[in-house]
Design a protein around this ligand. Structure first.
Ligand code: HEC
Length: 122
């Protein structure tokens, strides 16, 4: 094979690989972004959750993804966690306590907990 022809084939292969990567990144990212809690977005920022929690890594409190994994399949998870955020407390994830949130609107709190529990757990 001549050198020129083989270089053209290399370029074609490289282009195909790049397109495949681009399609995958767009598709995979698009799919994830819908499910993953955006902790920088409302209401997690508005109610101060973002200063202690992130979607995928531990900060002061556990990652929302780890919370979803821990309570997966538990029918009482929403009720339990709404009460926990409302009243605060420690001892489930470590000695660090979550402060109580007595003024958080009920609807917003339930919605946040449902979104946390719907996180993909990997
Ligand atoms: C000052 C830091 C802080 C803030 C602000 C905070 N959290 Fe937490 N959160 C924690 C800590 C620490 C824990 C672990 C408590 C434990 O081990 O029992 C926790 C635990 C949790 C849990 C799991 C509870 C359990 O018993 O498994 C949920 C759900 C949660 N937080 C949601 C929220 C939401 C929603 C907000 C905002 C309204 C919020 N947190 C604000 C620190 C915080």
């Amino acid at each position: 094979m001549r050198a020129g022809a083989s270089r053209r084939i290399d370029l074609a292969v490289a282009a195909t690989v790049l397109i495949a990567i681009a399609v995958c990144v767009a598709a995979c990212d698009g799919g994830r972004a819908e499910n993953v809690v955006q902790t920088s977005a409302m209401p997690y920022q508005q109610y101060g959750c973002s200063s202690c929690h992130a979607a995928d890594r531990k900060l002061v409190g556990p990652a929302f993804r780890d919370i979803a994994a821990r309570y997966r399949g538990r029918a009482d998870a929403e009720v339990l966690l709404v009460a926990k955020v409302r009243n605060g407390g420690a001892g489930v994830w470590g000695q660090m306590a979550m402060p109580p949130h007595p003024t958080l609107p009920d609807g917003a709190l339930h919605e946040m907990i449902r979104t946390i529990l719907a996180q993909p757990v990997s």
